[in-house]
Design a protein around this ligand. Structure first.
Ligand code: BG6
Length: 511
């Protein structure tokens, strides 16, 4: 018994040992942009600090701004101080910064890639990066096709001397089904699908992955995870922030493209998918794509029965007065871009027949809260007096993705006393108190998986297209009818979103 126990402990410890990838270089296009400073470099620095990166590692930043290696390193160091909590260790930074290089250049011009190829060769011999390269497209999406073509023409879509070459594509992945298909075709002209890593940072979030752990590591949830027991599902991605300085980007995107097409659809897939046979890229992604295929198309003539778009007006968030969307910088004062979306979708398969999935995502709502709530059917018969059950609501299982990461289950319980009053109470689990380990940032996890060559938490071509296919009729209808419903900043969205559920005899949760 003791031996079995210690063997299990050894196995567990081994599984927890840091996975260290092979040597390699991460080349970032759009290196002077926000994502590099706020997310990518802090994540790589943290991986370096945890010794999860090989010593033979380098980062190459490319953008048009003229800068030396030293200037680029200084800029990243300042960004680290600004965007990362905790102190930057001088020693870790020195060794990490020694592997950071900068190449000024126009990513549309072939000569940039000649320079890049030379630099990468030099790094192979000077830093031992062994011909392995990951190209990270974090530039303006309009440049993606040109970058990929140039990489391909320069022979960079293959690693050097038997090494690997991978391509990471940031969102937005197209603007609709047609443009996503075109982009996939362009990428696949030069890179094989197995080399392409479409990133959605929600998949790197621990609590999003935990939807899978909850469902498939426990015996008690799967039997009730279907239309026999579930009344409906609510997926919420609420943000208290507005569009800030991203007005120009947001005018083109809107909440449907910015959040729903990617993050929300991924959460929907993980919530609704069938158990995969293994936790590997093909098994997991195959099951996710089946969910997207099963989503009932929204008829173009009936979009208003299924979708609501809203825009925030001036209001109050956390006691502070905030401007309306139309007053934000770089936003058209007559804009009808949506900062809020509510949708009702059905998944026409055996498991989910007739179960509505209500989805909402919005900016300038009262708080930041991402959650999946599974609401079960009410008890078919309560033997208690009607007056005694006034405080009783159906069971709800909530996966809190952020903040206060955890789970809660709403159950009926007897109110202490000599009568038999029953009321709903919450059983809560906070991950922060259940585990001592701190959860890694989503980009840390995804960058590590990229270097390890594990695409399980990245999006496959057919997933990206499947998700656009669901939303295309809504976008087409909205573009023909440029109107939007308003909501005051700091409230839970427009009235029309409440009506969407009220028509079905239901109401939104208040996270
Ligand atoms: C990004 C969107 O993809 O996700 C932003 O472009 C949004 O508009 C952000 O604010 C939300 O991410 P998170 O991790 O803060 O929930």
């Amino acid at each position: 018994m003791a031996d079995t126990q210690s063997l299990q402990n050894i196995l567990r410890d081994e599984q927890r040992l840091p996975r260290v990838p092979e040597p390699g270089v991460v080349v970032i296009f759009g290196a002077s942009g926000d994502l590099t400073a706020r997310k990518l470099v802090p994540a790589l620095y943290d991986l370096a600090a945890q010794r999860r990166l090989p010593l033979e590692f380098a980062v190459v930043g490319i953008s048009r701004t003229e800068m030396s290696n030293e200037e680029f390193r200084g800029k990243l160091r300042r960004a680290l101080e600004e965007h990362r909590s905790g102190e930057v260790s001088g020693d870790v930074w020195e060794s990490f910064a020694g592997g950071i290089f900068y190449l000024p250049g126009d990513s549309k011009k072939a000569e940039t890639y000649k320079g890049l190829k030379e630099l990468l060769k030099r790094l192979d011999s000077e830093r031992g990066t062994q011909g392995n390269r990951a190209f990270y497209l974090s530039s303006s999406p309009s440049l993606f096709p040109a970058i990929v073509e140039n990489l391909g023409e320069a022979g960079l879509s293959e690693g050097e001397d038997g090494g690997w070459s991978r391509l990471v594509v940031e969102k937005p992945f197209g603007r609709d089904l047609e443009s996503a298909q075109e982009l996939n075709a362009e990428l696949q002209r030069y890179f094989d699908e197995t080399q392409i890593y479409r990133i959605d940072h929600y998949l790197g979030k621990e609590t999003v992955q935990n939807i899978l752990a909850l469902r498939f590591a426990n015996g008690i949830f799967e039997p009730v995870w279907n239309q026999h027991y579930v009344d409906h599902v609510q997926i919420t991605v609420a943000e208290d922030i507005g569009v800030g300085t991203r007005g120009a980007f947001y005018e083109e995107a809107g909440a449907l493209r910015d959040i729903v097409q990617n993050h929300v659809m991924q959460v929907l897939c993980l919530t609704a998918m069938e158990p995969p046979v293994a936790f590997d890229a093909e098994s997991v992604r195959e099951e996710k794509v089946k969910v997207l295929r099963a989503v009932r198309p929204i008829p173009e003539g009936e979009v208003e029965d299924y979708a609501v778009r809203g825009q925030y007006e001036r209001g109050w968030v956390f006691g502070e007065e905030v401007p309306g969307y139309r007053e934000e910088e770089n936003v058209d004062p007559e804009s009808v871009t949506e900062t809020y979306v509510a949708l009702k979708v059905f998944i026409d398969n055996y498991r989910w027949a007739r179960v509505p999935f209500y989805i909402r995502a919005g900016k300038r709502l009262p708080k930041k809260a991402t959650e999946v709530a599974i609401q079960f059917h009410a008890s078919p018969h309560t033997p208690f007096a009607r007056d005694d059950t006034k405080g009783l609501a159906p069971n709800v299982l909530v996966v809190r993705v952020q903040p206060e990461e955890g789970l809660s289950l709403k159950i009926g319980a007897k109110v202490p006393g000599t009568g038999f009053e029953v009321s709903s109470v919450n059983m809560d689990l906070l991950y922060g108190t259940a585990f001592l380990e701190e959860a890694p940032d989503a980009y840390q996890r995804l960058l590590l998986d990229l270097m390890l060559g594990d695409p399980t938490l990245f999006i496959r071509a057919d997933e990206a297209e499947g998700s656009w296919k669901i939303l295309d009729p809504v976008m087409r209808h909205w573009s023909q009818k440029p109107e939007v419903s308003f909501y005051q900043a700091g409230t839970w969205g427009p009235e029309e979103a409440d009506d969407l559920l009220e028509r079905d005899g239901r109401e939104w949760r208040r996270p």
